[in-house]
Write a protein that binds this ligand. Structure first.
Ligand SMILES: [Zn+2]
Length: 288
């Protein structure tokens, strides 16, 4: 994949080691991706093909804390129907990416889903001998209870939820449903940032006075940093903007490493404000 050579795929946050993993690239409609932003503006940053599709990464992050291996997000997975696979593609690269980082599914202790849209939790489960099984057999899985309830409401984004990605895990007790901000392990916590969905949770990684944040679909790529460049998929776009303000008010002064869920070139980076006050990616990626 065409990842920027300026952005290493392994970084340290204090005592923790973070590795950027990928389930591959899929394609989304450019108009949906950039909401009310005119194509003349967004296509300069991310050119569309003849079908108006743009490439979108499926980025997971492996956090090694020393005594735990934590997987943030699980991509699209390998269970899409033929029709869905035709629309989006099904690159199914996450387990290879994990293998390249030196780990097997059995080595994962904790899996955290920011929310339950199909392109964020697909590898939670696999189909094995006709039944659904946990891909990461020893892991405890986490998401927000409100998100899980919403996944069953069949609202505007109902087509993006597949129960087989989470219900079997909730039924078996392997997935824990959280009510709001929570610490999951020392240095690993979640914070709710509403907008894309009501209960989307960002994943915070803190060690040695440094912070990294997987902000997920609230700011899906480095091309979506402008406060108002909100995806058409967002259920509460005005709240997305408020959540982004709250996020930037901490991420910029505290110099958080921001992890992008769908950027196919830049998995993470630091943010700053330019001379006009617009939020931009820092040109220098300083490994911390
Ligand atoms: Zn989503």
């Amino acid at each position: 994949m065409a990842r920027s050579p300026d952005h290493p795929i392994r970084v340290s946050i204090g005592d923790f080691e973070l590795t950027s993993l990928s389930d591959g690239i899929y394609h989304l409609d450019g108009g949906s991706y950039f909401g009310v932003v005119p194509k003349t503006l967004w296509s300069r940053k991310l050119p569309a093909n003849e079908k108006n599709l743009v490439p979108s990464g499926l980025n997971s992050v492996l956090v090694r804390t020393g005594d735990k291996n934590i997987l943030i997000e699980t991509g699209i997975g390998n269970k899409l129907s033929e029709k869905m696979a035709q629309i989006y593609g099904q690159p199914a690269g996450l387990l290879d990416s994990l293998d390249a980082a030196g780990l097997a599914p059995e080595d994962i202790d904790i899996v955290i889903d920011s929310h339950l849209h199909f392109d964020h939790c697909g590898w939670n489960t696999v189909r094995r001998n006709g039944a659904i099984a946990a891909t990461f057999p020893k892991a405890k899985y986490y998401t927000q209870e409100g998100e899980w309830k919403h996944a069953h409401e069949n609202q505007r984004d109902g087509v993006s939820y597949f129960t087989e990605n989470y219900d079997p895990l909730v039924e078996s007790g392997q997935m824990q449903l959280l009510r709001g901000n929570a610490e999951i392990a020392p240095g690993i916590s979640v914070e709710v940032y509403p907008g894309h969905t009501r209960d989307l949770q960002a994943i915070m990684v803190r060690s040695g006075g440094q912070t990294a944040c997987y902000i997920s679909d609230l700011i899906p790529t480095s091309n979506h940093l402008d406060l108002n460049w909100v995806m058409a998929y967002d259920l509460y776009p005005v709240e997305s903007i408020e959540s982004r303000k709250r996020f930037y008010s901490r991420a910029i002064p505290e110099r958080w490493l921001v992890m992008f869920t769908h950027d196919h070139q830049i998995p993470w980076g630091y943010l700053e404000k330019d001379e006009r006050g617009k939020v931009v990616l820092s040109s220098d990626f300083k490994e911390v």
